[in-house]
Design a protein around this ligand. Structure first.
Ligand code: FUB
Length: 374
């Protein structure tokens, strides 16, 4: 188990600077100059970003946060440099396990509980352990995760533990009828649980348009609708009482504009791409998601967990890095946004998780957040 202080920041990005070679002459002066440069760079990095990374000695992304047993638990992806070449399908996001993190309170020490689940321990999965989520019911904890199966198709798996920190034991097969990526599980006030999921391009949702998987696509855009057709819908299903299966067929979620028209596929600043999340505020259902290639976290509000959801605007402006992925959680009466960026590495696939406050305004809209300071 490892602990991290929330205020430590910028160490990895500075490593390269420390290797600058020194000449023989006035070594002391050169050393002093080098220290000053390092300090300046460190300050510049720290002041550029609104928040410091929560974890620094491994790369983490896609943070799904929950309060279990009065503690804050974070279930992120564990980014690694696997050496897999970058491609348009996201092959370079080649993650192989999950770690669970916790904090006793917001701003407190972050504890790494170690490996909670590895791809080797999931009988049906081959690779790419992407964004997970977790849920609690009746004394057991459930880790939901996407991975590619042996045919290269993303499915959603579930693993179970008696503890929120894991380790989790994976079910033998993926959830029946599951597809694509980024599961997010929401508990409604009536005690029912719903899973939201989906992601286009590398997340393969566009390949399911006919209901059967179309594996003929040569690029991630091959099966996309025309620009003026409705955008591809994320999916939702109620979970079975044992939390291990869907209790119904996956349904398509409608995201509409103020006039009730579906957001078209060509509207890249508003259409769903990946990273679904659900939270409830003042009796309304807030469905939030990443717009992908335009890099926003957007949100839409509805009156039922199934939608339809009316597009409202952006919660989070683009962060440093290509992907944007978040979760929203209430802790002691305050709301927080967990997100990631690439402050530590500067590389798309090596991200670090962060947290910041989120404000619901009086009219129910959310104040947009920018995490890079001008
Ligand atoms: O971490 C891999 C993928 O990147 C996630 O599943 C997406 O949401 C994006 O953040």
């Amino acid at each position: 188990m490892k602990k991290y202080s929330l205020i430590k920041t910028g160490t990895v990005i500075l490593t390269g600077l420390l290797t600058v070679s020194c000449g023989q002459g006035n070594k002391k002066k050169q050393d002093e100059q080098k220290t000053a440069t390092v300090q300046e760079q460190k300050q510049e990095t720290e002041t550029k970003f609104l928040n410091p990374p929560l974890v620094e000695d491994i790369y983490t992304a896609d943070p799904s946060a929950h309060v279990f047993d009065d503690k804050i638990y974070i279930y992120p992806s564990h980014d690694v440099d696997a050496g897999t070449e970058e491609d348009d399908f996201g092959g370079h996001f080649d993650m192989r396990d999950y770690h669970v993190f916790s904090m006793d309170s917001m701003g407190g020490e972050v504890t790494d509980h170690g490996v909670a689940l590895s791809v080797e321990d999931v009988p049906w999965a081959e690779k790419q352990m992407w964004a997970p989520d977790a849920a609690y019911k009746d004394g057991r904890y459930y880790l939901y995760f996407p991975a590619k199966d042996k045919e290269g198709i993303f499915r959603i798996g579930v693993a179970v533990s008696d503890s929120p920190e894991g380790p989790f034991k994976a079910e033998k097969d993926p959830i029946k009828g599951s597809l694509s990526i980024d599961p997010a599980v929401f508990k409604n006030d009536d005690g029912k649980y719903y899973m939201y999921l989906g992601g286009i391009w590398g997340g393969q949702l566009q390949n399911w348009r006919t209901g059967k998987y179309n594996n003929t696509a040569k690029t991630p855009y091959d099966n996309e609708p025309a620009d003026d057709e409705p955008a591809i819908s994320p999916r939702v299903a109620r979970l079975s009482d044992d939390m291990l299966q869907f209790d119904e067929e996956l349904k398509k979620i409608k995201i509409v504009d103020g006039e009730g028209n579906p957001i078209p596929a060509g509207d890249h600043k508003r259409r769903f791409f990946e990273a679904a999340w659900m939270h409830k505020y003042n009796g309304k259902y807030y469905f939030s998601y990443s717009t992908g290639d335009t890099h926003f976290i957007a949100y839409a509000i509805g009156d039922s967990p199934y939608g339809p959801f009316v597009y409202q605007g952006n919660i989070l402006n683009p962060v440093q890095g290509w992907t944007n992925h978040h979760s929203i959680v209430e802790v002691d009466g305050e709301w927080y946004l967990f997100y990631h960026d690439t402050q530590l590495s500067g590389q798309t696939h090596l991200r670090n998780i962060k947290v910041t406050k989120l404000e619901h305004r009086e009219d129910g809209t959310i104040a947009p957040i920018s995490t890079i300071k001008e």
